[in-house]
Design a protein around this ligand. Structure first.
Ligand code: ATP
Ligand code: MG
Length: 426
């Protein structure tokens, strides 16, 4: 294992250092004109040292504007930007230039110099700063190439590299001045899923080795799911939801968050219920459709059997999956609980005591074959029989089981000598 991660270090020392603090940031473009845009509205947030922080939201929500405030590529209309204890909003341009060198940034389009070699691209910010000798720059570039796994590519040109390799050069260049903060604006959006994962692994390793604080803006929910400790959702220039990734992804509070994370955490109704009407109220004989969220140590307890036995209810598992957010497992399961109103309520209490989150999605009024009394079978003998006398003899409603209905309605039951089941509600 490498050095302690930023998170572990924080827990060991007990101190939490806020590396990035945005206080009441307002950003208005074209203020006072007919094209005025309030891109950020009273944004306040703090990001801890060693944290990987994700920002998600729809296109035009203000994500890039937000991240560009952290290195003051954009100046806020009002509010304060504090990075590593320094108030960037109060700095002169020259002080700001120096402070900015401690904040690296990478982009979707890599922004490499096409006429310079990999080594020269990485050396560029060091030469620009003008504080190191050529020899020292050479040593530093060799270190950085090693850090991003490109030691053998020093003399190549960007056009000779794959997308993932280009982004590694971008990362090495962004880290040249030993920044405390790395900002990533859609840094993996141009990469295939496998390369994206290798870049995320690199970013996580760099956070662990260098105690970097990383801010990631992305449309790829898999990116947040894989490596972000916390995530903020921006909606129309406002932070609409923020919290630990596991919490936000498994228990989203806002509709927008629910829609955004649905790409990474699927919670569609199981196929079995897709064409069934789920109603909000219990009626006699209906079954509660319940979503269960399992997290951590409770994930492997024999919950279903325990509750079924204790509450004397029927529990059928309709669907489920186990997934991971930042290596932490969570399970989502949809079950149907059948019983009286009191039995179902008792089962809900017992489930809530054992499972991280229990949500009643509604009630399934669909009848099952077992809900009906079997009253007879009619063999068609090759003739379509709508058994008039048979139905008359049965008191109550008669059903042809769903199982056979397609055959019956197409007349094929008759042709194939299939039995028609006559059932009625007890
Ligand atoms: N320089 C500018 N002048 C005027 N309006 C701007 C400027 N930059 C951004 N905006 C506006 O601010 C809002 C937020 O833009 P921003 O680029 O931050 O969105 P985003 O969330 O990054 O979107 P995307 O996901 O498409 O990159 C948009 O309405 C945009 O048109
Ligand atoms: Mg953007």
């Amino acid at each position: 294992m490498g050095a302690l991660s930023g998170l572990k270090q924080r827990f060991c020392t007990g101190s939490v250092l806020q590396v990035i603090e945005l206080k009441n940031i307002e950003k208005v473009y074209n203020q006072g004109t007919s094209t005025e845009v309030r891109a950020l509205k009273n944004i306040s947030l703090s990001i801890e040292q060693g944290e990987i922080f994700g920002v998600i939201g729809l296109s035009g929500a203000g994500k890039s504007t937000l991240i560009r405030h952290i290195n003051m590529l954009e100046r806020p209309t009002s509010g304060q930007v504090i990075v590593d204890g320094q108030d960037l909003t109060a700095m002169s341009e020259s002080a700001l230039r120096s402070a900015r060198s401690r904040i690296g940034m990478i982009f979707q389009s890599f922004n490499l110099l096409s006429s310079a070699t990999v080594a020269d691209n990485i050396a560029f910010p060091l030469k620009l700063e003008g504080k190191m000798s050529d020899e020292a720059i050479k040593v530093r570039v060799t270190e950085l190439l090693d850090l991003v796994g490109l030691s053998d590519k020093a003399r190549m040109y960007p056009a000779q590299l794959s997308g993932g390799q280009k982004q590694r050069v971008g990362i090495a260049r962004a880290l040249a001045n030993n920044p405390k903060v790395l900002l990533c604006d859609e840094a993996t959006s141009a990469l295939d899923p496998k390369t994206t994962m290798s870049i995320l692994k690199l970013l996580t390793d760099l956070r662990d080795k260098l105690n970097l604080t990383i801010v990631i803006i992305t449309h790829q929910m898999e990116v947040i799911k894989e490596c972000c400790d916390r995530v903020a959702v921006i909606d129309g220039g406002v932070i609409s939801e923020m919290g630990p990734t596991l919490k936000v992804f498994t228990d989203p509070q806002q509709d927008l968050t629910r829609r955004l994370v649905s790409a990474a955490v699927r919670r569609d109704l199981p196929e079995l219920l897709r064409h069934t009407e789920i109603v909000p109220e219990y009626t006699e004989g209906s079954k509660a459709v319940i979503e269960l969220l399992f997290l951590g140590p409770k994930a492997d307890a024999p919950v279903i059997v325990e509750v079924a036995m204790l509450c004397k209810v029927m529990i059928s598992i309709l669907g489920g999956s186990i997934d991971h957010i930042k290596k932490e497992p969570f399970g989502l399961m949809v079950v149907e609980v059948g019983g009286s109103r009191e039995e179902i309520e008792h089962a809900l209490v017992e489930l809530k005591a054992r499972v991280h989150k229990v949500e009643v999605l509604g009630y399934d009024q669909r009848k099952q074959l077992s809900d009906f009394q079997w009253v007879g079978t009619v063999l068609t003998h090759g003739r379509p029989v709508m058994g008039g006398h048979f139905t008359d003899s049965v008191h109550g409603r008669c059903f042809i089981s769903n199982l056979y209905r397609p055959w019956c309605s197409s007349g094929r039951a008759a042709a194939y000598h299939l039995p028609w089941l006559f059932l009625r509600e007890p």
